[in-house]
Design a protein. Sequence first.
Length: 253
Amino acid sequence: MFRRLNTMLELTGFSPLNAYRAARGLPNFLRTLKDYSSAEAPQGFKITKASFFPILTDFRDKAGNVDCHYFHQDLWAARKIHAARPARHLDIGSRVDGFVAHVLTFMPITLIDVRPLPSFVDGLTFIQEDATRLTSLADGSVESLSSLHAVEHFGLGRYGDPVDPYACFHVMKAMARVLKPSGRLYFSVPIGRERLEFNAQRVFSPQTILDGFAALKLVSFAAVNDRGDFDAVSPPDAHADADYACGLFELTK
């Protein structure tokens, strides 16, 4: 409930959580400001009125975030694609500065997204279109396909896409249709107690995903649980009562 309230207040430009963290960090900032001001600094790096750019929370942060959905899912999918070495890979809506960047280190990738991508890098082919039905792709034409933490947003209008309550199911059906026989689909969405959090996302029951891909076979399953731990042992239904886990489904036709 607090997470939702904080998110709603952020829309007005105020985040209670960020304000609390900043207040806790102010004494550390003032202490380090005093220490730096009293030290002999190199020319060009002395404290002036124009020097101030307060960052108040980083000193409490960890070196990085390895207990989140994106860290684990991006590595999970990229490692599987690296091992499979398909001739081509197609992605729908995954994070460009995470998973897509991982894959680009060893092979080209084609990305489909309803949003524009203003800059390009070598090896990345970008197609801007609504991927809900994948009408530009023929049946059984894609050898390797992924969509990570994207389909939960389809049809909610959050990213300027058309509102369609069934869009998430249309795209699952479309991905199954375009996948080649023996091809691989790497798919992730939030899983747990099934619900809509409009207009942010959906959280799916694991069984809803399996039913949505009834035309495909589950090859492997893993999850990032509510604690942020990677779990490659528990079956999908073990996460049915999670609050906000991430299900990682490897499927084939």
